[in-house]
Structures are given as C-alpha cells and as structure tokens.
Write a protein that binds this ligand. Structure first.
Ligand code: C2E
Ligand code: CA
Ligand code: CA
Length: 297
C-alpha cells in the first residue's frame, strides 16, 4: 500500500522538472478517482438525461421586470448526487466533452422555448453559454444551426454568452460574433473585466452586451453593507464607458439591496443575482415568471 501511495505521489510531479519531491495526499487521490468516475460515466449520463438546465432570471432595473434568463447546467448523478458546474466543467474542458454538453444544453433550452411558443405562453430571451473549446467559428455555427433549425424559435430569443480566452483569440471571437449576428442572435461578453478579458476587446469584438464579472461586486461593500466609494466610482466609470460604446450593461452576482439600488442609480441596464433569484428549476422558473411582470420583446 505504501509503495502504491509513493508511486501515486511521484506520478503527480511527473511532468514538472522543477519539483524534486512530492508528498502523498489522500484528498488528491479522491479527486483523481472522482474525475476517473466522471470520465467513465459522462457519456451515459448524457444519454440518461442526468444533465438538466436551471434558469436564473435577469431583471431590467428601470422597470423591475424580468427581461431574460441564463441557462445554467446541473448534473444529478445516482452516485455523486447533485453537482454544480465547478465540479465537472473544468474536467470537460480538458477532455473536450464540454462541446457535446453545450449542444445538449442548447437543445434543452430550445425545447423549453418551443413548448411555450406552441402553447401561446409568454417567452423571454434565454442566454446560453458557449465554452471556450469551440475554436472553429464555421463548425460551431453549422452544428448550432443544425439544432436550432429543428425548431421555430425567433432568433432574437437566443443570446449567446462568449468568454474571452486570450488576446490572440480575438479574431475567432469576432468571427463567431459576426456569424451569430448574421443569423439574428445576440451576443454577450461574459465575465467581462475578470482576469482574462482585456479592454482592448471592446473595439475588436462587436458584442451587444457586456456582462460584468461578479468579482466587481464581491469586494464592493464596506463593513456597514454600503457600497464603498472607490468601487462605486470604478463601476460607474465602467458603465459609462459601456454606454458610450452602445453596449447593454448587465451585472452578475447582485446579492444585496444596496448593490441593486446603486446599479439602478448609475443606470446599469440589467442585473442577475441572488437578490432577485437563484438559478431555478424549469417549473420554479415558470412559476417565477407568472408571479412577476415580464417584459415581452
Ligand atoms: P457564469 O456563466 O458566470 O454563470 C453565473 C454563475 O454565477 C452561476 O454559477 C450562478 O449560479 C452564479 N451566481 C448567480 N448569481 C449569483 C450571486 O448573486 N452570487 C453568487 N455568489 N453567485 C451567483 P453556476 O451555475 O455554478 O455556473 C458556474 C459557471 O459554469 C458559469 O459561470 C459558466 O461559466 C459555467 N456554465 C454553467 N452552465 C454552462 C453550460 O451550459 N455551458 C458552459 N459552457 N458553461 C456553463
Ligand atoms: Ca454565463
Ligand atoms: Ca459570468
């Protein structure tokens, strides 16, 4: 058993020429075993509909109405239980499975919207996430349209959230954005302002919406729960900048009334966050929509 643990410890620093020793850590082994289990089961999980979509409402601050929602994937596995994306998406990005999962999520969203359209129920735009693994714009769009064309959903009801990967990739993202625009979809830059995105992209990628990363708000409150002055000034400048560039502004991670009131006072367009609602299961989201005013475009 000790020899097994020692060779496991050694295997962890296999490709790292700068580290000369390694200490066995049982937590790491649990993690590796869990990842192995996930990789062995991800395909059947997809076939068995273990993945499902939750919807987090987006609220327009001017009217306090629901103007959209973001589709967020979850996994319910018989052995691992209920999993949020941080438990499996990083692995799926490494092994490429995320592309398959993305298309599955898109189709679930299309099915949901189509059901509402067919029953003459009100519909609102749904945002879907595009993983950074889709690196070929033509191929992505072809596969996307193949699924989308099975339905009769007006394209303005779909918004695609893209994330910046590295400065070198701006051309790919621009191409994807332009192709999606041609088909009538809207495009949002997700996690804007987080570590990986640069101000430079603002002029290079013609997105319609800037979705500010939730880290802006995480550190924005002082000990009394009020917005601290520096964060407030900074956020206001960013919102002004986006408006100047004619982008819609959306803030994520709005958790308190102070944050909401502040964002409203600086005329940020929309917010998403626990203050209004956590991500909801489809039936809960439908109930949420009927309990509040929705803004049908
Ligand atoms: P994201 O796209 O930035 O999604 C927003 C995340 O913020 C969600 O986490 C949401 O539950 C969380 N959130 C919303 N409001 C609040 C709040 O007020 N406070 C805090 N602390 N958190 C809030 P979630 O659902 O765990 O998703 C995490 C990430 O996983 C997403 O970040 C997205 O990058 C990725 N993801 C989720 N679903 C999909 C998918 O279908 N495809 C792809 N490619 N990525 C996905
Ligand atoms: Ca997103
Ligand atoms: Ca985000």
């Amino acid at each position: 058993s000790l020899i097994g643990q020692a060779s496991f410890a050694k295997s962890i620093i296999k490709d790292n020429i700068l580290t000369q020793y390694s200490i066995y850590n049982s937590k790491l082994l649990d993690k590796i075993n869990e990842e192995r289990y996930i990789e062995q089961h991800m395909n059947t999980a997809l076939e068995n509909n273990e993945f499902f979509v939750m919807y987090q409402p987006k609220i327009e601050l001017l009217t306090d109405k629901i103007v959209g929602a973001e589709a967020l994937v979850r996994w319910k596995n018989p052995k691992l239980g209920f999993l949020t994306p941080d438990k499996f998406i990083p692995l799926f990005e490494r092994n490429g499975f995320i592309k398959k999962l993305d298309y599955y999520v898109y189709e679930q969203v299309f099915i949901f919207l189509q059901k509402r359209i067919d029953n003459d129920l009100p519909v609102i735009p749904i945002s879907i996430n595009m993983s950074r693994n889709h690196s070929k714009p033509d191929k992505f769009l072809r596969d996307f349209m193949q699924i989308f064309n099975k339905y009769t959903i007006p394209p303005h009801l779909i918004e695609i959230e893209i994330i910046e990967r590295s400065v070198m990739d701006n051309n790919t993202l621009r191409e994807i954005t332009e192709l999606l625009h041609k088909e009538g979809f809207s495009v949002a830059m997700d996690d804007f302002g987080s570590g990986e995105s640069s101000l430079n992209m603002l002029t290079k990628i013609p997105v319609d919406v800037l979705k500010f990363d939730r880290t802006f708000l995480q550190s924005s409150l002082d000990e009394n729960g009020n917005m601290d002055k520096e964060s407030a000034d900074f956020i206001e400048t960013l919102v002004d900048l986006s408006k100047h560039l004619k982008k819609q502004t959306v803030f994520e991670g709005v958790e308190t009334k102070e944050q909401r009131d502040f964002l409203k006072s600086i005329e940020c367009d929309q917010v998403q966050g626990y203050f209004y609602s956590k991500p909801l299961s489809e039936p809960d989201f439908v109930a949420f929509m009927s309990s509040r005013d929705i803004f049908v475009k």
